[in-house]
Design a protein around this ligand. Sequence first.
Ligand SMILES: Nc1ncnc2c1ncn2[C@@H]1O[C@H](COP(=O)(O)OP(=O)(O)OP(=O)(O)O)[C@@H](O)[C@H]1O
Length: 311
Amino acid sequence: MIEVDGLVKRYGGVTAVDGLSFTVPPGSVTGFLGPNGAGKSTTMRMILGLDAPTAGSVTVNGRPYTGYRRPLREVGALLDARAVAGGRSARDHLMWLALSNGIPRSRVDEVLGQVGLASAARKHAGGFSLGMAQRLGIAAALLGDPPVLMFDEPVNGLDPDGVAWIRTLLRSLAAQGRTVFLSSHLMSEMARTADRLVIVGRGRLIAETTVSGLLADGGDDHVRVRSAEAGDLARLLAEHGAAVARDPDGALRVTGATAGEIGGLARARGIGLLELSPQRMSLEQRYMELTRDAAEYRAGDPVPAPTGSAK
Ligand SMILES: Nc1ncnc2c1ncn2[C@@H]1O[C@H](COP(=O)(O)OP(=O)(O)OP(=O)(O)O)[C@@H](O)[C@H]1O
Protein backbone atom coordinates (compact mmCIF):
# COMPACT_ATOMS: atom_id res chain seq x y z
CA MET A 1 0.00 0.00 0.00
CA ILE A 2 1.28 3.46 -0.90
CA GLU A 3 -0.31 6.43 0.89
CA VAL A 4 0.30 9.93 -0.41
CA ASP A 5 -1.00 12.70 1.85
CA GLY A 6 -1.03 16.41 0.99
CA LEU A 7 2.19 16.12 -0.99
CA VAL A 8 3.72 19.36 -2.28
CA LYS A 9 6.96 19.88 -4.24
CA ARG A 10 8.25 23.26 -5.34
CA TYR A 11 11.37 23.86 -7.39
CA GLY A 12 12.01 27.59 -7.03
CA GLY A 13 8.97 29.22 -8.60
CA VAL A 14 7.66 25.96 -10.15
CA THR A 15 5.08 23.96 -8.21
CA ALA A 16 5.52 20.44 -9.61
CA VAL A 17 3.21 18.74 -7.09
CA ASP A 18 0.46 20.75 -5.47
CA GLY A 19 -1.28 19.13 -2.48
CA LEU A 20 -1.65 15.62 -3.87
CA SER A 21 -3.38 12.87 -1.83
CA PHE A 22 -4.22 9.34 -3.03
CA THR A 23 -3.85 5.69 -2.07
CA VAL A 24 -2.45 2.77 -4.05
CA PRO A 25 -3.90 -0.45 -2.59
CA PRO A 26 -2.44 -3.97 -2.86
CA GLY A 27 -3.85 -6.61 -5.21
CA SER A 28 -4.47 -4.36 -8.20
CA VAL A 29 -2.66 -2.42 -10.89
CA THR A 30 -3.04 1.32 -10.34
CA GLY A 31 -2.26 3.57 -13.28
CA PHE A 32 -0.81 7.04 -12.66
CA LEU A 33 -1.93 9.19 -15.56
CA GLY A 34 -1.46 12.78 -16.55
CA PRO A 35 -0.21 14.97 -19.38
CA ASN A 36 3.49 15.85 -19.72
CA GLY A 37 4.67 17.89 -16.77
CA ALA A 38 1.75 16.83 -14.52
CA GLY A 39 4.11 15.84 -11.70
CA LYS A 40 4.09 12.04 -12.03
CA SER A 41 7.87 11.48 -12.00
CA THR A 42 8.32 14.00 -9.19
CA THR A 43 5.71 12.17 -7.10
CA MET A 44 7.37 8.83 -7.78
CA ARG A 45 10.76 10.23 -6.77
CA MET A 46 9.25 11.45 -3.51
CA ILE A 47 7.71 8.02 -2.85
CA LEU A 48 11.23 6.59 -3.15
CA GLY A 49 12.80 9.29 -1.01
CA LEU A 50 14.89 10.56 -3.95
CA ASP A 51 13.37 14.02 -3.55
CA ALA A 52 12.21 15.58 -0.27
CA PRO A 53 8.64 16.94 -0.22
CA THR A 54 8.18 20.66 0.40
CA ALA A 55 5.12 19.63 2.43
CA GLY A 56 2.99 16.55 3.07
CA SER A 57 4.05 12.95 3.49
CA VAL A 58 4.18 9.61 1.72
CA THR A 59 4.44 6.13 3.22
CA VAL A 60 4.99 2.68 1.77
CA ASN A 61 3.35 -0.06 3.83
CA GLY A 62 3.03 2.39 6.70
CA ARG A 63 6.59 3.79 6.77
CA PRO A 64 8.58 6.29 4.75
CA TYR A 65 10.71 4.52 2.14
CA THR A 66 13.90 5.94 3.66
CA GLY A 67 13.04 4.22 6.96
CA TYR A 68 13.68 0.76 5.45
CA ARG A 69 17.12 -0.77 6.00
CA ARG A 70 16.78 -3.05 2.96
CA PRO A 71 14.49 -1.05 0.68
CA LEU A 72 14.67 -3.38 -2.35
CA ARG A 73 12.84 -5.97 -0.27
CA GLU A 74 9.99 -3.50 0.30
CA VAL A 75 9.69 -1.60 -2.98
CA GLY A 76 10.97 -2.51 -6.42
CA ALA A 77 11.08 0.44 -8.77
CA LEU A 78 11.99 1.23 -12.36
CA LEU A 79 12.26 4.97 -12.87
CA ASP A 80 14.86 5.32 -15.61
CA ALA A 81 15.91 2.22 -17.53
CA ARG A 82 19.03 3.96 -18.84
CA ALA A 83 20.36 4.71 -15.34
CA VAL A 84 22.52 1.55 -15.20
CA ALA A 85 26.31 1.76 -15.04
CA GLY A 86 27.17 0.84 -18.66
CA GLY A 87 30.47 -0.92 -17.95
CA ARG A 88 28.90 -3.66 -15.86
CA SER A 89 27.31 -6.82 -17.15
CA ALA A 90 23.60 -7.27 -16.46
CA ARG A 91 24.43 -10.05 -14.01
CA ASP A 92 27.07 -8.03 -12.13
CA HIS A 93 24.69 -5.08 -11.87
CA LEU A 94 22.03 -7.28 -10.26
CA MET A 95 24.60 -9.11 -8.11
CA TRP A 96 25.78 -5.78 -6.69
CA LEU A 97 22.18 -4.76 -5.89
CA ALA A 98 21.49 -8.16 -4.29
CA LEU A 99 24.57 -8.03 -2.04
CA SER A 100 23.85 -4.50 -0.85
CA ASN A 101 20.30 -5.47 0.11
CA GLY A 102 20.92 -8.85 1.73
CA ILE A 103 19.23 -10.71 -1.13
CA PRO A 104 20.46 -14.29 -1.90
CA ARG A 105 22.69 -14.47 -5.03
CA SER A 106 20.45 -17.22 -6.45
CA ARG A 107 17.72 -14.59 -7.03
CA VAL A 108 19.87 -12.92 -9.70
CA ASP A 109 19.64 -15.81 -12.16
CA GLU A 110 16.00 -16.33 -11.24
CA VAL A 111 15.00 -12.78 -12.19
CA LEU A 112 17.22 -12.75 -15.29
CA GLY A 113 15.27 -15.81 -16.46
CA GLN A 114 11.96 -14.25 -15.51
CA VAL A 115 12.55 -11.17 -17.69
CA GLY A 116 14.03 -13.16 -20.60
CA LEU A 117 17.62 -11.90 -20.24
CA ALA A 118 19.34 -15.17 -19.25
CA SER A 119 21.27 -15.37 -22.54
CA ALA A 120 22.40 -11.71 -22.28
CA ALA A 121 23.40 -11.93 -18.60
CA ARG A 122 27.11 -11.48 -19.24
CA LYS A 123 26.81 -8.69 -21.81
CA HIS A 124 27.60 -5.10 -20.88
CA ALA A 125 24.39 -3.33 -19.97
CA GLY A 126 25.68 -0.19 -21.74
CA GLY A 127 25.21 -1.95 -25.10
CA PHE A 128 21.61 -2.97 -24.41
CA SER A 129 18.73 -1.83 -26.61
CA LEU A 130 16.03 0.20 -24.85
CA GLY A 131 13.85 -2.93 -24.62
CA MET A 132 16.66 -4.92 -23.00
CA ALA A 133 17.45 -2.05 -20.61
CA GLN A 134 13.76 -1.95 -19.61
CA ARG A 135 13.86 -5.69 -18.91
CA LEU A 136 17.01 -5.28 -16.81
CA GLY A 137 15.35 -2.46 -14.85
CA ILE A 138 12.34 -4.70 -14.24
CA ALA A 139 14.65 -7.54 -13.13
CA ALA A 140 16.21 -5.15 -10.59
CA ALA A 141 12.73 -4.18 -9.35
CA LEU A 142 11.76 -7.83 -8.89
CA LEU A 143 15.05 -8.84 -7.24
CA GLY A 144 14.00 -8.39 -3.60
CA ASP A 145 10.62 -10.07 -4.19
CA PRO A 146 9.00 -6.85 -2.85
CA PRO A 147 5.30 -6.43 -2.00
CA VAL A 148 5.26 -3.00 -3.70
CA LEU A 149 6.32 -2.32 -7.30
CA MET A 150 6.53 1.00 -9.09
CA PHE A 151 7.29 1.69 -12.75
CA ASP A 152 7.65 5.05 -14.53
CA GLU A 153 6.50 4.75 -18.16
CA PRO A 154 7.52 1.06 -18.38
CA VAL A 155 6.36 0.54 -21.97
CA ASN A 156 8.12 3.59 -23.42
CA GLY A 157 9.98 2.60 -26.57
CA LEU A 158 9.03 -1.09 -26.44
CA ASP A 159 7.88 -3.14 -29.41
CA PRO A 160 4.40 -4.75 -29.29
CA ASP A 161 5.80 -8.05 -27.93
CA GLY A 162 7.55 -6.19 -25.12
CA VAL A 163 4.40 -4.20 -24.32
CA ALA A 164 2.30 -7.38 -24.15
CA TRP A 165 4.92 -9.06 -21.95
CA ILE A 166 4.99 -6.16 -19.44
CA ARG A 167 1.21 -6.02 -19.36
CA THR A 168 0.97 -9.72 -18.47
CA LEU A 169 3.75 -9.42 -15.90
CA LEU A 170 2.14 -6.45 -14.12
CA ARG A 171 -1.23 -8.15 -13.99
CA SER A 172 0.27 -11.35 -12.56
CA LEU A 173 2.19 -9.37 -9.89
CA ALA A 174 -1.07 -7.73 -8.82
CA ALA A 175 -2.87 -11.09 -8.85
CA GLN A 176 -0.26 -12.30 -6.34
CA GLY A 177 -1.51 -9.55 -3.99
CA ARG A 178 1.25 -7.01 -4.61
CA THR A 179 0.81 -3.26 -4.91
CA VAL A 180 1.56 -2.28 -8.52
CA PHE A 181 1.80 1.41 -9.46
CA LEU A 182 2.77 2.55 -12.94
CA SER A 183 2.77 5.85 -14.72
CA SER A 184 1.94 6.63 -18.31
CA HIS A 185 0.56 9.47 -20.35
CA LEU A 186 -1.20 6.96 -22.62
CA MET A 187 -4.77 6.22 -21.64
CA SER A 188 -5.03 3.47 -24.26
CA GLU A 189 -2.22 1.56 -22.56
CA MET A 190 -3.66 2.04 -19.08
CA ALA A 191 -7.11 0.88 -20.15
CA ARG A 192 -5.62 -2.50 -21.01
CA THR A 193 -3.39 -2.85 -17.94
CA ALA A 194 -4.75 -0.97 -14.93
CA ASP A 195 -7.81 -1.58 -12.75
CA ARG A 196 -7.58 1.69 -10.87
CA LEU A 197 -6.56 5.14 -12.09
CA VAL A 198 -5.04 8.14 -10.37
CA ILE A 199 -5.28 11.04 -12.83
CA VAL A 200 -3.27 14.21 -12.21
CA GLY A 201 -2.79 17.52 -13.98
CA ARG A 202 -0.56 20.45 -13.02
CA GLY A 203 0.43 18.65 -9.83
CA ARG A 204 -3.14 18.22 -8.61
CA LEU A 205 -5.48 15.25 -8.34
CA ILE A 206 -8.11 15.25 -11.09
CA ALA A 207 -9.67 11.83 -10.40
CA GLU A 208 -9.06 8.71 -8.35
CA THR A 209 -11.28 6.10 -9.94
CA THR A 210 -11.51 2.76 -11.75
CA VAL A 211 -11.37 2.23 -15.50
CA SER A 212 -15.07 1.27 -15.54
CA GLY A 213 -15.94 4.16 -13.19
CA LEU A 214 -14.31 6.64 -15.54
CA LEU A 215 -16.37 5.33 -18.45
CA ALA A 216 -19.59 5.33 -16.43
CA ASP A 217 -19.01 8.98 -15.45
CA GLY A 218 -18.76 9.93 -19.12
CA GLY A 219 -22.20 11.49 -19.12
CA ASP A 220 -22.18 12.11 -22.88
CA ASP A 221 -23.89 8.91 -23.97
CA HIS A 222 -26.44 9.46 -26.69
CA VAL A 223 -28.06 7.64 -29.58
CA ARG A 224 -27.40 8.68 -33.15
CA VAL A 225 -30.42 8.25 -35.42
CA ARG A 226 -30.83 8.90 -39.13
CA SER A 227 -34.17 8.78 -40.89
CA ALA A 228 -35.72 10.16 -44.09
CA GLU A 229 -38.52 11.45 -41.78
CA ALA A 230 -36.18 13.02 -39.22
CA GLY A 231 -38.53 15.95 -38.46
CA ASP A 232 -41.47 13.68 -37.59
CA LEU A 233 -39.22 11.40 -35.58
CA ALA A 234 -37.74 14.33 -33.63
CA ARG A 235 -41.24 15.56 -32.69
CA LEU A 236 -42.30 12.06 -31.67
CA LEU A 237 -39.24 11.59 -29.47
CA ALA A 238 -39.68 15.01 -27.86
CA GLU A 239 -43.34 14.13 -27.06
CA HIS A 240 -41.98 11.11 -25.19
CA GLY A 241 -39.57 13.19 -23.10
CA ALA A 242 -36.31 12.66 -25.02
CA ALA A 243 -33.95 15.55 -25.80
CA VAL A 244 -33.18 15.79 -29.50
CA ALA A 245 -30.46 17.79 -31.22
CA ARG A 246 -29.18 17.76 -34.80
CA ASP A 247 -25.68 16.72 -35.85
CA PRO A 248 -24.16 18.72 -38.74
CA ASP A 249 -24.89 15.81 -41.14
CA GLY A 250 -28.61 15.90 -40.28
CA ALA A 251 -28.56 12.92 -37.92
CA LEU A 252 -30.51 13.20 -34.68
CA ARG A 253 -28.54 13.15 -31.43
CA VAL A 254 -30.95 11.74 -28.86
CA THR A 255 -30.51 11.64 -25.09
CA GLY A 256 -33.02 10.41 -22.54
CA ALA A 257 -34.15 7.38 -24.58
CA THR A 258 -32.41 4.08 -25.34
CA ALA A 259 -31.86 2.78 -28.85
CA GLY A 260 -34.51 0.12 -28.14
CA GLU A 261 -37.10 2.71 -27.08
CA ILE A 262 -36.38 4.89 -30.13
CA GLY A 263 -36.68 1.88 -32.47
CA GLY A 264 -39.97 0.84 -30.83
CA LEU A 265 -41.50 4.33 -31.11
CA ALA A 266 -40.42 4.69 -34.74
CA ARG A 267 -41.82 1.30 -35.70
CA ALA A 268 -45.16 1.99 -33.98
CA ARG A 269 -45.49 5.22 -36.03
CA GLY A 270 -44.32 3.58 -39.28
CA ILE A 271 -41.13 5.73 -39.48
CA GLY A 272 -38.24 4.02 -41.26
CA LEU A 273 -34.74 4.28 -39.79
CA LEU A 274 -31.50 4.46 -41.77
CA GLU A 275 -29.23 4.31 -38.71
CA LEU A 276 -29.70 3.69 -34.98
CA SER A 277 -26.45 3.57 -33.04
CA PRO A 278 -25.72 4.10 -29.33
CA GLN A 279 -22.67 6.36 -28.86
CA ARG A 280 -20.40 6.12 -25.83
CA MET A 281 -17.57 8.44 -25.01
CA SER A 282 -14.36 6.46 -25.28
CA LEU A 283 -11.97 6.25 -22.36
CA GLU A 284 -9.51 8.31 -24.40
CA GLN A 285 -12.09 11.06 -25.01
CA ARG A 286 -13.04 11.07 -21.34
CA TYR A 287 -9.40 11.39 -20.32
CA MET A 288 -8.78 14.21 -22.80
CA GLU A 289 -11.83 16.02 -21.47
CA LEU A 290 -10.69 15.67 -17.85
CA THR A 291 -7.14 16.84 -18.52
CA ARG A 292 -7.93 19.50 -21.15
CA ASP A 293 -7.16 22.42 -18.84
CA ALA A 294 -4.14 20.71 -17.32
CA ALA A 295 -2.04 19.99 -20.41
CA GLU A 296 1.19 21.99 -20.24
CA TYR A 297 1.81 21.92 -23.97
CA ARG A 298 -1.00 21.75 -26.47
CA ALA A 299 -0.87 21.74 -30.25
CA GLY A 300 -2.34 24.76 -31.98
CA ASP A 301 -4.99 24.62 -34.69
CA PRO A 302 -4.27 22.32 -37.60
CA VAL A 303 -2.29 23.95 -40.41
CA PRO A 304 -4.84 25.25 -42.96
CA ALA A 305 -4.72 23.84 -46.47
CA PRO A 306 -3.11 26.21 -49.00
CA THR A 307 -5.75 28.30 -50.75
CA GLY A 308 -6.60 27.16 -54.25
CA SER A 309 -5.35 23.63 -53.62
CA ALA A 310 -6.95 20.83 -55.61
CA LYS A 311 -9.61 18.89 -53.68
N1 LIG B 1 14.51 19.15 -10.80
C1 LIG B 1 13.61 20.01 -11.26
N2 LIG B 1 13.83 21.34 -11.27
C2 LIG B 1 12.91 22.21 -11.71
N3 LIG B 1 11.71 21.86 -12.20
C3 LIG B 1 11.41 20.54 -12.23
C4 LIG B 1 12.33 19.54 -11.76
N4 LIG B 1 11.74 18.32 -11.91
C5 LIG B 1 10.53 18.55 -12.45
N5 LIG B 1 10.32 19.87 -12.63
C6 LIG B 1 9.10 20.50 -13.19
O1 LIG B 1 8.01 19.98 -12.47
C7 LIG B 1 6.89 19.73 -13.32
C8 LIG B 1 6.49 18.28 -13.20
O2 LIG B 1 7.46 17.45 -13.83
P1 LIG B 1 7.41 15.84 -13.84
O3 LIG B 1 8.62 15.38 -14.56
O4 LIG B 1 7.20 15.36 -12.45
O5 LIG B 1 6.10 15.58 -14.69
P2 LIG B 1 5.62 14.23 -15.38
O6 LIG B 1 4.15 14.16 -15.12
O7 LIG B 1 6.46 13.10 -14.95
O8 LIG B 1 5.85 14.58 -16.92
P3 LIG B 1 6.28 13.63 -18.17
O9 LIG B 1 5.07 12.82 -18.53
O10 LIG B 1 6.61 14.65 -19.22
O11 LIG B 1 7.44 12.82 -17.71
C9 LIG B 1 7.31 20.16 -14.71
O12 LIG B 1 6.86 21.47 -14.94
C10 LIG B 1 8.83 20.10 -14.64
O13 LIG B 1 9.39 21.03 -15.54
